[in-house]
Design a protein around this ligand. Sequence first.
Ligand code: P6P
Length: 333
Amino acid sequence: MNAVKTLGQFIIEKQADFPYAKGELSRLLRDLGIAAKIVNREVNKAGLAGIIGDAGSTNVQGESQKKLDIYANEQFLAALQCGGECCILVSEENDDYIYIDSELSKNAKYIVAIDPLDGSSNIDVNVSVGTIFSIYRRKSTDGKATIADVLQRGIDQVAAGYIIYGSSTMLVYTTGKGVNGFTLDPSIGEFCLSHPNMEMPVDGNIYSINEGYYNHFPNGIKKYIKYCQVEDEKSHRPYISRYTGSMVADLHRSLIKGGIFIYPVTARAPNGKLRLVYECNPMAFIVEQAGGKASNGYQRIMELNVDDMHQRSAIVIGSMNMVAKAEELLQKY
Ligand code: P6P
């Protein structure tokens, strides 16, 4: 019987991969894991604790905020403030970035960008939701970190991960040396290594897109959807359509089973809906590290310039060969 390896043990063990690491990134990942367990506890009892439903306020996206959105944001901020390794937090729930100005964080080197509770419209109907995080080292070397430290391209991420609060709660992350998944064991309150060296199948037969917007999709995406629906036994088509409304859930499935997730530009979202800094880039880092592919249909997501911390992007992400086919049709039509 293999001994259980906890997230904490794994992080320390892998610290050796970074000869110059002095433990800061390890502690930062630990802090995020702690917040994830606290958020998990509230998500799991959302229906009971009376904290579901709109908080009334709206976030920078103009979306009505569920109370759990706010709660999750507060928990991750608190964990990062206590941990002392993060100097700036960018969050979907905050219009501007939060500078963590404390004695404990005065030498902090890391920038964290987070979607604290992605897919939160699913909370009230008990569909999986998730947290997405992205970690950068500050580029500036003295004084306060500034917006220039925030607006870094995805290729400069030092780590990225997500937590999926589903039938079980998992934390999946990469530091650029592969992808590893940990499942929360509530009986000991620890994330335990359950999916070592995750690899995304290069092919798959599940496509994930909100076909309700079909009429507003670019022609190439319409062609790809029809391609998915054609009968062709050799290529296992027609594919299966799955769309949960939670990017984390749809991408987690694709990571394990193979598949493609697409959120293209539409009439309602001319620049795409998903956020580059704290949704697209971290998920692209994870998917690429697992052998998948992530673009906006034309350019690699992680090479896109970042001009605004809340900027949106179209995204075509998932199994290598499926993304390549979608890109081919997008670029052709
Ligand atoms: P739509 C959730 O709000 C989210 O940001 C992603 O998690 C999800 O994939 C997408 O938006 C759903 O958007 O327009 O299909 O409801």
